[in-house]
Design a binder for this molecule. Structure first.
Ligand code: NAD
Ligand code: SF4
Length: 441
């Protein structure tokens, strides 16, 4: 059984409220942290080996140490709660059931980073969650954990919740900052990174909800103890939101030492595939990461079991591996059509492209159009090569990672399932989507 650090109290009735959260030891990590110096907290976070839980896996302690500290310029912590990656819903769970864990993590992080005004930028579609967060912020403030002179330390901190308008691109950190400033959410070129020039050109740390929540157990048990959980550079625990063809969809906390097979088939997690169907493929880290066929999902290129961690999932690079990403684990059984699935994703990225760069704006549209043609049974063999060519021209040639995120699913689908694309071209009369009318989607 995986160790639980974040979700250990999630089942307790009333844990959303301060009184119950306090009874379970809530805010003791904050009390401990506020007696430490900011540098001591930073050392704990570095020692923990925590990697950004939004998808990129960038070391959190390193990001914090990059924060510029020019004299007299305010700094900010911004929590990225714009969780919009298809298949990803773990931050929603954390905010809905454990809002004080996030607020406590923000208090410790804000103190460490010197942020007196911190923000939570939340996905617009999570319409019921800002009220939960604001209620928790009010409770924390009334108890002296936010506001002026927190716990008599002289440290002041306010937290504000900002709702997004429903654009996936605003989850990209620089687009998020633009949106938070009241502008259209267009990504900025990096560098400069937000740590140097972020919100209103001030030094800003943007971290995912789960990363900030993880600061609480790190302070609680120490960075060194946190680093002992997991394996290699995949330290601590990770939340996985599991969905698709599984018996038990939901949010699970794993310690990154379990195998993919165990995660899919054990009753503790996904509980296997309904109706005894066979596993066809999986997208383990949200829609932006490459799809992996079952044979490579259960073992690495070296024949080792594949584990649910950053290194093992990436084994083989982009040719055969995938990524841990945001932990949005999507399982596909033997009945799923890879072409239809890829077409649906291509439509999503085309719709969500902000349109600033030509390869992304035009390329995502072309990919969707060609995939629709193939899915409808109207494609030609050369369309498959054209599709391959377009995705290659997008990857690495855009301002933000949405371009890559649109290209990789197409590349991986053709690489691993080319026979299915060819089958659609050779058997137009059997293309089910044509019969169901789904190809107009
Ligand atoms: P990135 O690798 O460019 O950056 C990761 C973080 O490290 C950023 O905060 C960046 O500012 C910081 N960083 C990197 N180098 C730095 C440096 N030299 N100095 C200072 N800071 C530095 O990745 P990204 O664009 O932030 O994120 C891409 C990931 O987002 C993808 O892998 C995808 O999985 C994920 N994603 C998640 C969701 C979701 O809903 N959770 C949605 C879309 C995409
Ligand atoms: Fe906009 Fe796409 Fe360019 Fe990102 S890659 S800036 S989403 S056009």
């Amino acid at each position: 059984m995986s160790k639980k650090l974040l979700l250990k109290d999630a089942h307790i009735e009333g844990i959303r409220y301060l009184e119950t959260y306090r009874k379970q030891g809530g805010y003791t990590a904050a009390e401990k942290a506020l007696k430490m110096t900011p540098d001591e907290i930073l050392e704990e976070v570095k020692t923990s080996g925590l990697r950004g839980r939004g998808g990129a896996g960038f070391p959190t302690g390193m990001k914090w140490s990059f924060l510029a500290k020019p004299e007299g310029v305010p700094r900010h912590l911004v929590v990225n709660a714009d969780e919009s990656e298809p298949g990803t819903f773990k931050d929603r769970y954390l905010m809905e059931f454990l809002p004080h864990l996030l607020i406590e993590g923000m208090l410790i992080s804000s103190y460490c980073l010197g942020s007196n005004v911190s923000y939570i930028y939340i996905r617009g579609e999570y319409s019921w969650i800002p009220d939960i967060l604001e209620e928790a912020i009010d409770e924390a403030k009334a108890a002296g954990f936010l506001g002026k002179n927190i716990l008599g330390t002289g440290f002041d901190c306010e937290i504000y919740v900002q709702r997004g308008g429903g654009a996936y691109i605003c989850g990209e950190e620089t687009a998020l900052l633009e949106s938070l400033e009241g502008k259209r959410g267009n990504p900025r070129l990096k560098p400069p990174f937000p740590a140097v020039k972020g919100l209103w050109e001030r030094p800003t740390v943007v971290n995912n909800v789960e990363s900030i929540a993880a600061i609480v157990p790190i302070i609680d048990i120490t960075g060194a103890e946190y680093a002992k959980i997991g394996v290699g550079r995949s330290t601590g625990t990770k939340l996985i939101s599991a969905c698709g063809n599984i018996n038990k969809p939901g949010v699970y906390e794993i310690d990154m030492t379990i195998t993919v097979e165990e995660f899919i088939y054990s009753d503790e997690y996904c509980g296997g595939i309904p109706n005894g169907k066979k596993l066809k493929a999986c997208i383990p880290g949200g829609s932006s990461v490459p799809i992996v066929p079952a044979n490579l999902l259960l073992k690495t290129v070296n024949g080792e079991p594949r584990y649910m961690n950053y290194e093992s999932l990436a084994d083989g690079g982009f040719a055969t591996g995938t990524m841990m990403g945001s932990g949005g684990f999507i399982v596909l059984d033997e009945d799923q059509c890879i072409v239809e699935h890829t077409m649906t994703l291509a439509r999503f990225y085309h719709h969500e492209s902000c349109g600033q760069c030509t390869p992304c704006r035009e390329g995502t549209g072309w990919m969707h159009k060609i995939l629709k043609k193939i899915e409808k049974g109207e494609g030609k063999m050369e369309d498959i090569d054209l599709l391959w060519d377009i995705q290659r021209k997008i990857e690495g040639n855009t301002i933000c990672p949405l371009g890559d995120a649109a290209a990789w699913p197409v590349a991986a689908a053709i690489r691993h399932f080319r026979d299915e694309f060819e089958w659609h071209v050779k058997n137009p009369e059997l293309c089910l989507t044509q019969n169901y009318g789904l190809a107009n989607y």
